[in-house]
Every structure is written in C-alpha cells, then in structure tokens.
Design a protein. Structure first.
Length: 214
C-alpha cells in the first residue's frame, strides 16, 4: 500500500528510495519480446523476436529493426508505440528525452528500452538506453522477456574476437534460448552493421542462418 501512494507521481521518491513509475516502465520492457545485441571484431549485430498475433497479419509490413542512418541501426523491447516516437532520435538525445519523461508533469516514462548499434572511427559500437534515461556501452547484451537467461547465455558464448557471421549465429541462438514455438525467418529480425553500413537482413538471408542452427 505504501508503494501505491507514490505510483502516480513521476517526481516523488517512495520511502524505499524508488521512482515507482520508472519501475513500472522497466517491467514493461521486461515483458516485451526478447532482443539481443552483440559486438563482433568486424561489426555488430542486433536481433529480435517479431511474432504476430494473427496469421492474417503481413509479417514484413512493420519492422522492429530499423535503420536510423547509413551506419546506425536500432531495435527495441517493450511498447511499440513508444519506440516509434523515439526511433528518429540518437542515443544521447534519446536518453535526454527519456530522462525528461521521468520528471515532467502530464507525461509518463517510456515503456521501452533501445539497443543502438553503429560504426564510427573504424570500430563498431553497441549502446542500450533504458526508460530512466541511462545509457550504457555493451560488448553483448540481451533485454526483454527472459533477459537474464539471455545474458547468462551470452556470458558463456561471447568472445571479443568473434567474427560478424558468428555473431549473427550467436544472436539467433540467444533468442532461441527463450523462444516459444518454431523459429522462422518470418518471426525474427536481424540487423548488421560494419564499415560498409547498416542493413536489416532479408528473410531469405535469415532463413540461411537458421538452416545452420540445430
């Protein structure tokens, strides 16, 4: 009950020192579809589950892996509409916007976390941005549903000399750890970024990777 008294305020700490609305936003992220990011020696890969609620839905009409610029890509876990509001921003600006929404009246924290990958200064980058406005650089990470299992799997499999092709396989295997049902090229998305730029893999390319995964 004590926590509930503070659950509608963005700017008031609960007696335990928490901003409860941010806790709720992080819970929305943790309930979202799993997403993975892995930095390889020659690039970076992001991947996510993209299941649809109806077999009548056009699987490839809405994408979760998005190109932001020619050398930057983004994916999310959490609430899709919140993601679309943020997708045209970049990491520091996004973090500033997300933090602003934790302390302003008439708004709520974004129920979404972002993985942003890119290539700059002849090296790959991978950042995660959370509803609190905090952002972190990662070598590899997982977020969304069952993210703890995903991170544990990555800790066992990740190596800094990993090649981009192997990183794609590892990303798919990480998603598979918590995947329910049959994984196909129509219900996951994969994006890669290297010195040539960012691209979302075609379903045919994803299918080839899946063919090599037990």
């Amino acid at each position: 009950m004590a926590t509930e008294r503070y659950s509608f305020s963005l700017t008031t700490f609960s007696p335990s020192g928490k901003l409860v609305q941010i806790e709720y936003a992080l819970a929305a992220v943790a309930a979202g579809a799993p997403s993975v990011g892995i930095k390889a020696s020659n690039g970076v890969v992001i991947a996510t589950e993209n299941k649809h609620k109806s077999i009548l839905y056009d699987e490839h009409s809405v994408n979760k892996v998005e190109m932001i610029t020619s050398h930057i890509g983004m994916v999310y876990s959490g609430m899709g509409p919140d993601y679309r509001l943020l997708v045209k921003q970049l990491v520091q600006r996004v973090a500033a916007v997300m933090q602003e929404y934790t302390q302003s009246g008439g708004v709520r924290p974004f129920g979404v976390s972002l993985l942003v990958c890119g290539w700059d200064n002849n090296r790959p980058y991978l950042f995660q941005c959370d509803p609190s406005g905090a952002y972190f650089a990662w070598k590899a990470t997982a977020m969304g549903k069952n993210f703890i299992n995903g991170k544990t799997f990555l800790e066992k499999r990740y190596s800094e000399d990993l090649e981009l092709d192997d990183a794609v396989h590892t990303a798919i295997l990480t998603l598979k750890e918590s995947f329910e049902g049959q994984m196909t090229a129509d219900n996951i998305e994969v994006g890669i970024c290297d010195q040539t730029g960012f691209k979302r893999l075609d379903p045919s390319n994803v299918k080839d990777y899946l063919a090599n995964i037990p």
